[in-house]
Design a protein. Structure first.
Lengths: 475, 171
């Protein structure tokens, strides 16, 4: 023991480590009392980031960032028992990092910790939030299956909506004229070198600022921030009632950080990594790309807004989000911090939570997507094996009607449910609708023979709440 | 940590201050040039887009295609990188409209680029993402697409049906 102590003293004398680290670890922080556990979210985000670095390095040692081979190398990684777990940890770690950085941002917003003198803390944090979302996007794409491949195309098309530089931006995202050999390497470099380098930079600044400006004290109603007096008041508070960060406050970070690690690893082992879809072969046409859960709400919003507003929302939506995030600490840099005195903050947080939860669940169902894999209606639903009703049911499937319209629980939900079409429309109304189409329904004028139309009308007309004709028994 | 030693810049007189200003300037200029020397080629390589020539690719013989039918064809990009693998391919929908006439549609929906599918029985293209529908001639039938399906130039050359490789249309 003595020799170890001597060695440490020698090392510390030559390097000055303890003189550098001790003030950082022991810097005084205000007592957070009831809200103490709310202060663990930032360090937990950092823990999730470290999980991503460690598992990311492990994955990079097996992954081949080549458009032609990435898919097979990922299959190889997943085929090994530890590779499978590491992929799972990296995927659940990504979700954890997004959840935690989101909660951290909400906590800081509700407590208005972005006000003087911590505006730069907020700005670096906002930058880290953007970079985390970029990591999430570029990361899911490195899976380089059908969804990864089409994500690039969809991102390029969205970038293409930008004014003036759109065409260049779109092809820059593709890394050329088409998706090809250069595409994946570019996203790999972004995900593994470029964005992480920016994260390190901003994270370093963020942590420096946390120590430089001191951790914000829990807000209290009726105690507004006045930039003229805040710093001296804060230092007096620390002198009067501060505690050393280590270990008085840090133990909670350690406990919560451990729970994050245990949860992520546990889920990775129990659930496993996300499934790898079909290879990134553009000649496979049975592709239905879907974003990961954290972008589902945005996917839903883009799908539900009116068509005319789309170009504006695709460009101005993210721009507005970034501007609000970056302007907030300057517009509201002083004054009341307590959320009780800032009731709008609850409304805004509730709105954000609603958008993500509600539109996320809508995006999960994706009612605007036709169900192109809908099987022909079964006999029990059709109610006839031969004759015009059965023919009409077949036409209902073959002409694509069923991909968008539900009948008795089968088919898509893009258009109106036609389970009881016979009760709500007469044949003339049906014919008009079929021939003229609608905003989201093609016109079938010239597409159906008169026999096909009458069979279709017979089938739709047989859709009643109360069956008019006795349905033959199914054998 | 080292203590900052205060330098008395004012008292040493004009000559000393001028020398310091000169040294500062030289350092900033050299540093900037050095940074540019590294950044310009790196940035140019990163931002530069690889232009590929357009070439005609044969997708089948004239006799392979039935009049009025739309089929899925695929062809290789004009000059794929050796490690492109399956991504070197491009798929298109090819429709024979006459004895020597063909129309080749891009797979990409003009809304957000998802791959449209041909419903042969329904004579329609349908997009799985947001339900955009196009008629057999590529016109928008319904849904969000803002314009008709993009087309590739296509020709018949010595009994071979050929498509001209083209950049992915950014709409």
């Amino acid at each position: 023991m003595r020799i170890l102590k001597r060695m440490w003293e020698w090392f510390d004398d030559l390097t000055g480590v303890s003189a550098l680290v001790a003030p950082l670890l022991m810097h005084p922080v205000p007592r957070a009392r009831k809200s103490a556990w709310l202060y663990v979210l930032g360090s937990a985000t950092f823990v999730a980031f470290v999980i991503q670095i460690v598992t990311g390095i492990a994955l990079a040692s097996g992954y081949v960032p080549s458009s032609g081979q990435a898919y097979d190398s990922l299959m190889f990684i997943t085929g090994t028992s530890f590779g499978r777990i590491v992929r799972g940890i990296h995927a659940f770690g990504a979700s954890a990092m997004i959840i935690l950085i989101g909660l951290h941002a909400i906590r800081v917003y509700l407590m208005a910790a972005y006000k003087y003198p911590r505006q730069m803390n907020w700005l670096t944090g906002a930058g880290l939030l953007m970079l985390t979302l970029l990591m999430a996007f570029t990361g899911q794409l490195l899976r380089w299956d059908q969804t990864g491949f089409w994500s690039v195309v969809i991102a390029a098309e969205q970038g293409g909506r930008a004014p003036v530089i759109g065409n260049w931006l779109g092809h820059f995202i593709l890394a050329g004229d088409t998706v090809g050999g250069a595409t994946l390497s570019r996203f790999f470099a972004a995900h593994v070198f470029f964005i992480p380098a920016l994260i390190f930079l901003l994270l370093g600044s963020h942590l420096y600022l946390v120590v430089h400006n001191g951790i914000s004290e829990p807000p209290e109603a009726g105690r507004p921030v006045d930039p003229k007096t805040y710093r001296s008041w804060y230092h007096a508070l620390l002198a009067r009632d501060g505690q050393p960060f280590w270990p008085d406050a840090a133990w909670r970070d350690v406990v919560f950080g451990f729970l994050v690690i245990a949860t992520v690893v546990g889920l990775a082992i129990a659930v496993g990594p996300p499934e790898i879809g079909k290879p990134p072969d553009p000649t496979i046409i049975q592709a239905s790309p879907r974003p990961e859960w954290y972008f589902l709400w945005y996917y839903a919003v883009l799908s539900l807004i009116p068509k005319w507003s789309e170009d504006w929302v695709i460009i101005l939506g993210p721009a507005l989000f970034v501007s609000v995030l970056f302007l907030l600490p300057f517009v509201a840099g002083k004054g009341e911090r307590s959320p009780i005195r800032r009731p709008w903050s609850f409304v805004i947080v509730a709105f954000i939570a609603f958008m993500i939860a509600y539109y996320g669940s809508v995006g999960h169902v994706a009612p605007w997507s036709p169900r192109m894999d809908a099987a022909p209606l079964p006999m029990q639903v059709v109610g006839a094996e031969h004759g015009p009703v059965a023919d009409g049911a077949r036409i209902f499937h073959d002409k694509g009607c069923e991909f968008c319209h539900t009948v008795s629980g089968y088919g898509g939900v893009r258009g109106p449910d036609l389970t009881y079409a016979g009760d709500t429309m007469n044949p003339a109304q049906m014919t008009t609708r079929i021939y003229s189409g609608a905003t989201n329904m093609p016109s079938y004028n010239g597409n159906l023979t008169s026999d096909q139309l009458s069979a279709l009308l017979a089938f739709l007309g047989s859709r009643h709440r109360q069956p008019v004709l006795p349905i033959p028994e199914v054998r | 940590m080292t203590e900052n030693v205060p330098f008395e810049t004012e008292t040493k007189g004009c000559a000393e201050a001028g020398r310091r200003r000169f040294l500062t300037r030289i350092s900033v200029i050299l540093g900037s040039i050095g940074a540019a020397l590294v950044a310009i080629p790196s940035g140019a390589f990163l931002l530069g887009l690889r232009k590929t020539p357009q070439v005609w690719r044969t997708v089948g013989k004239l006799g392979d295609f039935k009049l009025g039918s739309t089929v899925n064809v695929s062809f290789q990009d004009s000059s794929p990188l050796p490690w492109s693998g399956v991504t070197a391919q491009t798929a298109a929908w090819l429709r024979r409209t006459g004895d020597q006439q063909f129309v080749a549609f891009s797979m990409n929906c003009t809304h957000l680029g998802c791959p449209v599918r041909w419903l042969a029985e329904a004579d329609l293209f349908m997009c799985p993402c947001h339900g955009g529908v196009f008629y057999a001639d590529g016109r928008v039938a319904s849904g969000p697409p803002p314009k008709p399906l993009n087309q590739y130039p296509v020709r018949v050359n010595n009994d071979q049906v050929q498509i001209l490789t083209s950049p992915v249309p950014i709409t």
